[in-house]
Design a protein around this ligand. Structure first.
Ligand code: NDP
Length: 333
């Protein structure tokens, strides 16, 4: 079977040569372990952090290590892991066609509840990030204005819809006209801004958010965030979820430069990690599932076919190639 390993640490933007695809024997499950056949692999922006030696919240990979990520797969063999062959499970596994894992590291996925791929997107880590970041950190209420960046992505698309369910005016920044149409027509956002079609983010905000910004869910950072900070209202909440515009930067730009607005408005700027909310994941996933079933939350997936194309799927996150959750389909069930 095929396994992706870290070929070298990228400097700046990673390339195909960051990844090494090797042919290896299928591993045997040890006592208490299951052998899982990968069906879908998730590629996520945080993986960029794991490729560097610099400290980040996720532990760095060593050169030569197999890459890892969230996988949905099928149990092929259980060696006392508490599963049966044919069970669908999710867990943090290798970028590979097969992987072994101890039973407690795997969670059952109910294929009758929702398409199994949603365990990596709207009902998985990205959906949970949107859920807690919006409800616990940004906390938009009815009549307030909520702005989200990376709005057409896995986290942002769900965050905006949750803010909408709370009665806020919702504005999203995204990188194409197609994405803006997705936000406005499919997700019910009040306005989308194609940040690649304008240099004047402040003017775009004045049009889309004429009453200023009460809650800001930031996935990208950089100049868009500078602009949003100038439009924060009194007692605004900023949820710092991600800073993808900086992940490949070789030199950090100066910033943030608009903190005087934080003084004036008594805004709160708060970073968070989805894992902070782990004890409440099950309850939140159930709620997200209800919203999806009821049609209150729509979701989209961009599916790249074939394990061999996983690096392109990952690199595409930094180019905005994906709408909604970016997945790699490795095998049919
Ligand atoms: P997305 O599905 O949103 O994919 C990334 C998107 O980011 C791209 O589609 C692209 O869309 C946008 N983007 C890429 N480069 C830039 C740039 N330079 N400027 C502006 N936008 C850019 O990914 P996720 O939903 O998985 O993650 C979104 C963010 O949330 C990431 O920053 C991630 O690190 C963070 N995150 C944080 C977690 C936490 O616990 N705090 C947990 C999960 C994710 P476009 O076309 O609009 O440019």
């Amino acid at each position: 079977h095929r396994v992706y390993r870290l070929a070298k640490r990228p400097e700046g933007t990673p390339g195909r040569d960051t990844f090494d695809l090797s042919e290896e024997p299928v591993p045997e499950p040890g006592p208490g372990e299951a052998l899982v056949r990968t069906l879908y692999l998730s590629v996520d922006p945080y993986m960029r952090g794991r490729m560097s030696a610099a400290e980040s919240y996720a532990e760095p990979w060593d050169v030569g290590d197999p890459l890892r990520g969230a996988v949905v797969g099928e149990v092929v063999e259980s060696n006392g892991a508490g599963f049966e062959a044919g069970d669908v499970v999710t867990g943090d596994l290798q970028w590979a066609e097969y992987a072994t894992a101890p039973g407690p590291a795997l969670t059952r996925v109910d294929p009758d509840r929702a398409p199994i791929s949603t365990a990596l997107g709207v009902l998985g880590m990205p959906g949970l990030t949107a859920y807690f970041g919006t409800r616990e950190v940004a906390r938009p209420s009815a009549g307030e204005t909520f702005v989200v960046t990376g709005a057409a992505g896995a986290v942002g698309s769900v965050a905006g819809q949750i803010a909408k369910l709370r009665g806020a005016r919702v504005v999203g920044f995204a990188g194409s006209d197609e994405k803006v149409a997705f936000l406005e027509d499919d997700l019910g956002f009040d306005a989308g801004i194609n940040y690649k079609a304008t240099d004047d983010y402040r003017a775009a905000l004045d049009e889309a958010a004429p009453n200023g910004v009460d809650a800001y869910f930031d996935n990208v950072g950089g100049e868009i965030t500078d602009a949003v900070f100038t439009r924060l209202n009194t007692d605004a909440r900023v949820a710092v979820c991600g800073q993808i515009s900086q992940y490949n930067a070789e030199e950090m730009p100066v910033g943030p430069r608009k903190l005087s607005q934080v003084i004036q408005t008594r805004a709160t700027v708060e970073g968070f990690l989805v894992s902070d909310f782990e004890p409440r994941f099950e309850q939140a996933a159930t709620r997200l599932g209800q919203w999806v079933s009821a049609g209150d939350i729509a979701y989209r997936e961009t599916v790249t076919e074939g394990l061999e194309n996983a690096p392109d799927a990952f690199l595409g996150l930094f180019e905005g190639d994906n709408i909604g959750k970016q997945l790699v389909k490795v095998a049919d069930r």
